[in-house]
Structures are given as C-alpha cells and as structure tokens.
Design a protein around this ligand. Structure first.
Ligand SMILES: Nc1ncnc2c1ncn2[C@@H]1O[C@H](COP(=O)(O)OP(=O)(O)OP(=O)(O)O)[C@@H](O)[C@H]1O
Ligand SMILES: [Mg+2]
Length: 229
C-alpha cells in the first residue's frame, strides 16, 4: 500500500498589498509518497520556493490542510513545529548557507545543537558519519572557503542529513553549480532516495526531471501532476 508522507488539500497562500489580494498558491492538492523523489518545476515567480517553505514549516499558508506523516500541521504551535522540523526535515538551498567562521564539522553539527539531547561524543560520531555519506570526511577541519562549490553543497547535504531527517527539501540545489558538478549533487540525492529518504526538489532544469519518481509543474499558483516514468 502506498503510504503518504505529506498530504495537502486545498492549500492557498496569498499576500495582501494595498487591500489587494495577491494569490501565490491557489487551492493546491498535493501528496508526497514516502520514499518518492518529487521534482517541482515552473517559471520564476510561480510559487515554487513559497511551496517548499510551506512544506518545511518556514512559511505559513492561509487556507487548506497539511498532514505530515499523519500529524495535522495546522494544529501544531510554533514550538512544536520547530522541534518537528528539526527532527524530520532537512533543507538544501541554492546558496549553501554555510557559516564561514565555523569549520565543516561545526557547520554540520549545528542542527544537532539546535535539536538538543545529544552528547558531545554522539555529535562527533554523527557528524563524521554524515560527512562520510557525502564523501567529505577528510574536510572535517577545513573552512567553507577552502572547499569548491560542489563540495560546499555536499556539506550542506551532510548538514541536512545529520539529524536523520526523513524528508529532504531542496530549492535549486544545482542552481549555483556548473552542469557536471550539479549532476553529482543530484546523483547523491538519488542515492539518498534509494536509502529511503523522501526528496522534494525544486529546479529550473528540465533535464533533472528524469531522476524523479513524480514531477509537478507549477503555473499561476496551480499545478498538474504527472508520473515521469
Ligand atoms: N513576502 C512577500 N510579499 C509579497 N509577495 C511575495 C513575498 N514572497 C514572495 N512573493 C511573491 O510570490 C510569488 C512566488 O514567489 P516564489 O519565490 O515562491 O517564486 P519561485 O517560483 O520560487 O521563483 P524563482 O524560480 O525565481 O525562485 C512571486 O510573485 C513573489 O513576488
Ligand atoms: Mg524560488
């Protein structure tokens, strides 16, 4: 039986400006199956980042329902959302957002510190394992500026994985990289997907749709869903 990780119904998001309502997402119905690799495409301004931020509880929506693994997101308060996000969701962005003054290991350790409850030795072990997963364990003590763009993106993936998040949200993860380096990042996401992580990736690159189990095209705040294979 197909198990849904995310179930979204009638989700709308709008902004009010000078008493006018600007609709970004219009009554979306959207499910994400456990273990799937969903690719979201759409023109600039179509609402892809807005949707991803809503999926990751970084942004609020105005109408509709959102169930995450059986849990009603609209019934969680901010503290619950924050702790749920810390343990279940990992983010990857176009600009890697690594902290320049921290080493690679310290950057990857950050979500564990926010999460709390891990001893120093547990954290060291988890950081090592995550960096091993992205084949960067030898860069533990380097600083972000000492790494290439592709390596920095792999560190940001290690950071997203370190809390054992089951959902990875990636907003244009290849956008700042050349084509070949970008493909390596997508290969890594595919590998994680094969290890049962659910992935939702936004991209401008139609070629990357071939890696998806499901594709969604967002246009004027609504989308059509199609099986890609
Ligand atoms: N805080 C805000 N206030 C008003 N409008 C906003 C705000 N944030 C986003 N928008 C609008 O919502 C729409 C969708 O933005 P969003 O960033 O989700 O697009 P996108 O599909 O990710 O675009 P891109 O491909 O360029 O990243 C845009 O028209 C944008 O101007
Ligand atoms: Mg965007």
């Amino acid at each position: 039986m197909v198990q849904q990780l995310l179930e979204i119904k009638g989700l709308s998001k709008w902004y009010e400006q000078d008493k006018n309502r600007y609709n970004v997402l219009k009554s979306l119905d959207f499910n994400v199956e456990k273990g799937s690799f969903v690719v979201i495409t759409g023109k600039s301004g179509s609402g892809k980042t807005t949707l991803l931020n809503i999926l990751g509880f970084l942004d609020k929506f105005n109408e509709g329902s959102y169930i995450f693994n059986g849990k009603d997101v609209t019934k969680m308060n901010e503290v619950e959302k924050c702790s749920f996000r810390n343990s279940h969701i990992g983010f990857i962005f176009q600009q890697f957002y690594l902290i320049e003054s921290l080493t690679i290991a310290q950057n990857v350790e950050l979500p564990l510190l926010y999460h709390g409850g891990y001893s120093k030795s547990q954290r060291v072990e988890m950081v090592k394992q995550s960096l091993k997963d992205v084949e960067l364990e030898e860069k533990l003590n380097n600083y972000p500026h000492e790494l290439s763009g592709g390596q920095q993106q792999r560190v940001s993936i290690a950071r997203a994985l370190v809390t054992k998040a089951e959902l990875i949200l990636a907003d244009e993860p290849t956008g700042a990289l050349d084509w070949k380096t970008g493909l390596k990042i997508v290969d890594l996401l595919v590998k994680l997907n094969n290890q049962n992580k659910t992935i939702v990736m936004v991209t401008h690159d139609n070629d990357l749709k071939r890696y998806a189990t499901h594709c969604v095209y967002l246009k004027d705040g609504v989308f059509s869903e199609e099986d890609n294979i």
